[in-house]
Ligand binder design. Sequence first.
Ligand SMILES: *Cc1c(COP(=O)(O)O)cnc(C)c1O
Length: 382
Amino acid sequence: MAPRGASETGDPLLLTPGPLTTSAAVKQAMVHDWGSRDAEFIRINKMVLDSIVHLAGAEGTHVTVPVQGSGTFAVEAMITTFVPRTGKLLVLINGAYGQRAKKIAEIAGRVVVTHETPEDTPPDLAAIEKLLAGDKAITHVFAVHCETTSGILNPIGEIAALVARQGRRLLVDSMSAFGAIEIDAHKVPYDALAASSNKCLEGVPGLGFVVCRKDALAQCKGNATTLVLDLHDQAEGFAKTGQYRFTPPIHVIVALGKAIEEHAAEGGVAGRGGRYRSNAKILIDGMRGMGFRTLLPDALQAPIIITFHMPTDPRFVFQRFYDGLKDRGYVIYPGKLTVADSFRMGCIGRLNSEHMNGALAAVREVLDEMRVSNGGPALAAE
Ligand SMILES: *Cc1c(COP(=O)(O)O)cnc(C)c1O
């Protein structure tokens, strides 16, 4: 029998794009109550926000504005605060999160244009440059750093450089990359970057945040089309009182403080990214060894989540595969792709090489149970 997958607290391991497996210490940090005006809570919250600016390489120029809710709340806050009602947003799409940004902007009544490529294809930089040069009304560009739909790493540095060259402003969804894949605000210019507590920072879900260029944020007064997602107003509240305008998810923030301590102890972005790269390599090599094929070539693959083609052996039944892995303590994720029938396995969260090897052993066992000898496109020999 393969070793049973279990977190430090005995829960099944989440090989998913979130929520993710967290450490025992992060969960343990939540077994207290604090008032929202409690000095200790205000201190922890400030440490969290300052640490995020530090991780972004953005000290002095940027400020972290948190927003209660999941990552999408932060993306919606970013788009609706930064793009004025008279603005025009170009959304770069190669997956579900780009599509979601488009929907957010449309619901908020912003004028939207898109540049869309298939889920396994990075954006076409020359085409974007041409689009911007030909449409001076476009004020902002929205890009996803790691598109978690496929796990593709988009060329955010090159996108940022070209947006700057064209004199436009960049909004980045770095949700599934921030904290593990370097994005240095002083080398990659952006007005705002959104991420959340529960991806590569390994906190629990419930807090989104936006790293905002201070000069740009100062110009955003009155842009927001909702009260709760107004980052300008939220930032003013912090500047005046150090407090949230509305009830903060206190436990989530304190847990994030613990998670950020663990992130620093692991060696910051380089250390966290190193563990994820090692996890991804073990997973990809091991799955390929069983015949599975990745959707993406290695050059486009971020070490965050891996998309595998569905095996073609008729004895392979995804629901049995999923349930068999779940019974062994490993939770995987169905594909959400239009380009290929697929499933995904994540390598972020509190997961290490032992966990990845355990997951591979569990995959082998479940394939054997289904009498599937090869996870690839070729039919298994009788
Ligand atoms: C996880 C994720 C989000 C936010 O999703 P929530 O479910 O709202 O937390 C946004 N963008 C990307 C790229 C993501 O991976």
